[in-house]
Design a protein around this ligand. Structure first.
Ligand code: SF4
Length: 458
């Protein structure tokens, strides 16, 4: 049997979501082909030959990019069984099924893919008349993880790199030591699928995956765990094992502000084991918006985390949802001023200042009257409920900034200059004379901030 696994976009990373199921499916005896359309073209011949085509949908952008490819695959090969797997598959189930997708697998999807492949090889893959499938649409079963099979993927060198101080661009690998999250932030796409649970990948499996990526040239590893400190008892021994086997290897992790505060005593261990930077989802400096998101941290806790990481010379890479239905013009300007006050201009990817809240189907935000009052109908093709800010200047500003940031990224405009232009638009470019606050003098950059050469986050 021929299985084709397709990824469209995974933030400039070699897709873990193809490598992991490829290892499981190869054990069934199937011929597995992986296609990453972010770095290679669609192979129509491979589509025509496939008995099963699986689309990996881990994120909003990748899912939107997959929609026309699903339709194309349906036309090229009407007989193939189409499956969508990953975080964004179950929440968009009705829409995907209308596109002709027969099987939807969310959460821990590898065992479901194996079950589906076995059904197809036994010629029993037609869904029941009511459209149901035997595999659970969301599975949180504890799986016996396999070491991802990366042999069929484009080389790591084809993906985003790590820019470091001496001007070099280092090859980056990616792995996951855990999946899901034990928290219930209302705006988070993980919550409708994992519902406050997470699953750990055994240390030996994670180390084996790092080993094969180091052998393939990786000098830096991104841990894609939604929150690396969901299970510090798992995370810390793992990173403590890195320096002995992989001297000089650096890594980055994502940790929520609340955990940076609670587990501050573990930060020196991260630093000592090669952690170069920590991504943290701050989302907002406004307590009201943090409460709507149920983020469980305060702006003061974030400020403390900034100071602790600075003391340790651990870079923080904060992320934000800058535009929400509840954002005011004054609030947005305060957001920019806070970034300046906390001396974070060099540490923030400019796109963070233009991110607009997505409210996908299943979002816990939909449970709030504040959200119900703000949203319009679901735009299925955009995978999000529509909303407008009551102050239309904010919607226009967000659209303007998105274009500005894209243009600056294309022209390789430095972060400081991009931020200055964002400031100019927000303070002087919205027809509000009262808001014309001049751009402040920034202190000289004290040190180089390493960054991944993929500027998007979505
Ligand atoms: S801590 Fe992060 S990953 Fe976990 S639910 Fe909140 S936003 Fe999502």
């Amino acid at each position: 049997m021929n299985i084709l696994l397709i990824s469209t976009y995974e933030l400039g990373r070699q897709p873990f979501g193809l490598a992991s199921p490829a290892a499981w499916l190869a054990e069934t005896g199937a011929a597995v082909r992986c296609l990453d359309l972010s770095v290679e073209p669609l192979d129509a011949g491979a589509v025509r030959q496939a008995d099963l085509i699986g689309f990996y949908l881990p994120m909003h952008m990748g899912t939107r990019m997959a929609l026309p490819i699903i339709q194309q695959a349906r036309q090229l090969n009407p007989a193939a069984h189409l499956c969508c797997f990953g975080l964004y598959a179950p929440v968009n189930e009705p829409f995907l099924r209308r596109l002709g997708v027969q099987t939807i697998l969310g959460g821990e999807f590898e065992s479901g893919l194996v079950s589906l492949a076995q059904r197809i090889s036994e010629s029993a893959a037609r869904p029941a008349a009511n459209g149901s499938q035997p595999e659970p649409v969301i599975s949180l079963a504890r799986q016996e993880f396999r070491v991802p099979n990366r042999a069929g993927l484009p080389p790591l060198q084809n993906y985003a790199h790590l820019a470091v101080e001496d001007g070099r661009k280092l090859t980056v690998g990616y792995t996951e030591a855990s999946r899901g999250c034990k928290h219930l932030c209302r705006h988070c796409p993980i919550v409708p699928v994992y519902g406050g649970r997470f699953r750990v990948v055994p240390r030996a499996t994670v180390l084996a995956d790092i080993r094969q990526q180091v052998a393939a040239g990786a000098k830096h590893i991104t841990f894609g765990d939604p929150d690396f400190f969901n299970g510090p008892g798992h995370a810390i021994p793992l990173v403590e094992a890195l320096p002995a086997e992989f001297p000089g290897l650096t890594y980055d992790v994502t940790i929520k502000v609340e955990h940076l505060a609670r587990h501050a005593n573990l930060l020196p261990t991260l630093k000592a084991t090669g952690c170069l930077f920590i991504t943290t989802a701050v989302e907002s400096f406004e307590p009201e918006i943090l409460a709507i998101f149920d983020k469980q941290h305060s702006p003061a806790e974030f400020e403390l985390a900034v100071r602790r990481c600075r003391e340790l010379e651990l870079h923080l890479s904060p992320t934000f949802v800058a535009f929400t239905p509840w954002t005011t013009l004054a609030g947005y300007r305060c957001f920019l001023q806070e970034i300046v006050r906390l001396e974070l201009v060099d540490q923030i990817s400019p796109i963070q200042a233009a991110i607009r809240l997505l409210i996908p189907p299943g979002s816990k935000l939909l449970e709030l009257p504040e959200t119900q009052a703000a949203i319009g109908p679901l735009d299925e093709a955009k995978l999000s409920y529509t909303w407008r800010n009551p102050d239309r200047r904010l919607d226009a500003l967000q659209a303007d900034l998105e274009v500005l940031v894209q243009r600056c990224a294309g022209q390789k405009v430095p972060r400081r200059e991009t931020f200055r232009r964002i400031w100019a638009r927000a303070f002087a470019g919205v027809g509000d004379a009262a808001g014309q606050t001049p751009f402040p003098n920034l202190p000289p950059a004290s040190r180089f901030v390493p960054y991944l050469t993929e500027p998007w986050y979505c």
